[in-house]
Design a protein around this ligand. Sequence first.
Ligand code: B12
Length: 212
Amino acid sequence: MATYQELSEAIQKGNAPKSKELTSALLAEKKPAGEILNKGLLDGMDKVGQRFKCNEIYIPEVLIAARAMNQSMEILKPELVKAGVKPIGKMLLGTVKGDLHDIGKNLVKMMAQGAGIEVIDLGIDVSGDKFVQGFKDNPDAKTVGMSALLTTTMTGMKEVIGKFEAEGMRGKVKIMVGGAPLTDQYAKEIGADGYAPDAASAAEKFKAFLRA
Ligand code: B12
């Protein structure tokens, strides 16, 4: 008999074949899809996030764990839909205009997905208008995440926040910023709602915003 603990451990080790096998086995044993998600996959990613935050593991391990989770999610998704298990909320995410760096953004995406959040990834080089359009297309998104890796592009974040204000939409979303040159202080200066230094803390903050 497969256990949630074994699945969580397979995710933590980034063992995709094993985690897929265990996901299928748990489904075959008629375990509820929501429990497989929460007690197996998300539990595993949560532990990966904690260890990443404490510098016990590094980016490659996180990427490998996320790949195992994504592959298991493919198996689980149809069952989750059938069971009516909904994501805890939706967020928009993008790297700001003029900036092509996306490794950090993609890590934030994986961790947020690992926390049960639906992520609309707007990609790289995302203008203020594109962020605003993204929100118009997804009015149920309650949070927006912006990433910047260049000191020359991070200044664009303030403009994006200004666009949300101009459209009368600022009060409807919580805006989080991140990326290597960013600081909590800078986030406050430009009127963002939050900042996180790494993907695991980012996912925790997004979750808290969505649950508030
Ligand atoms: C990889 C890389 C590239 C790759 C990008 C590939 C890709 N697909 O992303 C390539 C080669 C394309 C590139 C190009 C350039 N790069 Co570059 N690049 C890097 C490098 C080496 C690593 C960045 C990275 O991925 N780090 C790893 C990730 C995981 O870290 P992170 O992004 O900070 O993300 C973490 C957190 O910040 C946070 N986070 C990230 N996003 C978000 C978002 C939210 C909402 C939240 C809450 C948190 C959060 O969580 C993440 C995970 O923990 C850095 C140097 C360095 N060591 O940082 C230079 C660096 C960022 N690049 C730099 C430069 C100058 C450039 C170029 C201008 C070079 C050139 N002359 O052409 C171009 C610019 C292209 C452009 N227009 O964007 C400079 C920036 C200097 C500055 N202060 O502005 C750096 C610092 C190198 C240096 N020391 O000079 N680069």
